[in-house]
Design a protein around this ligand. Structure first.
Ligand code: NAD
Length: 349
């Protein structure tokens, strides 16, 4: 396993990881350790080039700095990517070699599960490094983060309802949910429990049938969900769904969901704002996921109380963002980034 430093001015530390024997090529990007060790998942997927893989690691690690700071976690931002098709090129040897690379960073970066990875893969990585979270067994194993993620999104939906219609009572409110996977299904259960009316879509028909049966949801096709007339849209499937093409067709007052990187470009925050659609910044709305993982990294004893406290912190942050955005007449996304920048500047002073 060979580590090579890549100089990137915007990041504290970036390394290229290569292991010829197992076929591993990847990058570990540490954007910031200002608030604590950099934490963020490991993603394995096919990339067109090394430059593309590096770009993804840089972009995602910066995003983790913002996500962790917004949740008031003592963690910085990092991310790792491995190039290749996880279904064909992942092997115990490759994962072990990656684990050695993480260990070589001596705790400046903590890895966890992301796209293309499973808890079992994390366990293999954990045979070579102490700095791994997202395990399913062990004293502080945090398990599936999606129930906590869904609680955070539920709070974000209440926050946008409060700011848009001056009441966070979701009874009778209509929410359109895109994606009924781990997060979306838990979210639907919470919304249904609060009396919300649901319209749902997923490419997986089984998940749709379950939501219809359990929550009395109305099903629409995946193509139709983004243009569904509802109070709030909750994107819980894939990224970049808020873009130049979809925003003009939205028929909701607000967007608050769990998917990462919902905005295709930063200008899409302005497009939403111009249409009067209140957008709950995704990295704040879905921060429950990293809160859950943080219990493992930080070895939290009283897990439930700590998670509840951090979800409250996220909720307070969201409220501040939406309040300031409305006072200044700017998009919440812009305010969210500014608030984290202020936190980082304060810490640096
Ligand atoms: P998942 O894979 O369990 O679920 C995603 C669901 O979306 C699947 O049911 C899939 O069939 C569906 N889907 C895919 N493309 C779709 C489309 N075009 N239209 C409608 N449905 C589609 O993933 P998840 O863990 O529920 O995560 C959902 C999103 O939330 C992802 O963007 C993820 O990065 C983000 N997120 C998840 C967590 C977590 O705790 N799991 C935390 C933070 C962020």
């Amino acid at each position: 396993m060979k580590l090579t430093t890549v100089a990137v001015p915007s990041h504290e530390e970036v390394v290229r990881v290569e292991d010829a024997v197992s076929g591993l090529t990847g990058f570990i990007a540490v954007h910031s350790t200002q608030l604590g060790p950099a934490a963020g998942g490991l993603r394995m997927r096919r990339y067109g080039s090394e430059a593309e893989a590096l770009e993804d690691a840089l972009r995602l690690s910066r995003g983790m700095t913002y996500k962790n700071a917004a949740a008031e976690l003592p963690l910085g931002g990092g991310k790792a990517v491995i190039m290749g098709d996880p279904s064909a090129q992942k092997s115990p040897e490759l994962l072990a070699a990656f684990g050695e690379a993480v260990e070589a960073l001596d705790g400046r970066y903590w890895t966890a599960e992301d796209m293309g990875m499973t808890p079992a893969d994390m366990a293999v990585i954990g045979t070579r490094t102490r700095f791994v979270a997202g395990l399913s067994d062990g004293a502080f194993a945090s398990g599936d983060p999606s129930p906590v993620t869904a609680r955070g999104i539920f709070n974000a939906i209440r926050a946008v309802a409060r700011h848009r219609v001056s009441s966070d009572d979701l009874d009778g409110r209509h929410v359109a949910v895109q994606g009924l996977g781990h997060v979306g299904m838990h979210l639907c259960a919470l919304l249904h429990g609060a009396g919300a009316r649901l319209t749902v879509a997923d490419v997986a028909e089984k998940a749709v049938a379950e939501a219809v049966k359990r929550f009395g949801a109305t099903a629409v096709t995946p193509d139709a969900i983004l243009a569904t007339r509802a109070d709030i849209l909750a994107p819980c499937a894939i990224g970049a769904i808020l873009n130049e093409a979809t925003i003009p067709a939205l028929r909701v007052q607000a967007v608050a969901g769990g998917a990462n990187n919902q905005l295709a470009t930063p200008e899409d925050a302005t497009r939403l704002h111009a249409r009067g659609i209140l957008y709950a910044p995704d990295f704040v709305a879905n921060g429950g996921g990293i809160v859950n993982v943080a219990t493992e990294i930080l070895r939290i004893e009283s897990r439930e109380a700590w998670v509840a406290e951090k979800l409250e912190a996220l909720d307070r942050t969201m409220d501040r963002i939406l309040t300031r955005a409305s006072q200044r007449g700017v998009s919440p996304h812009q305010v969210a980034e500014a608030i984290v920048d202020e936190t980082l500047a304060r810490e640096a002073a």
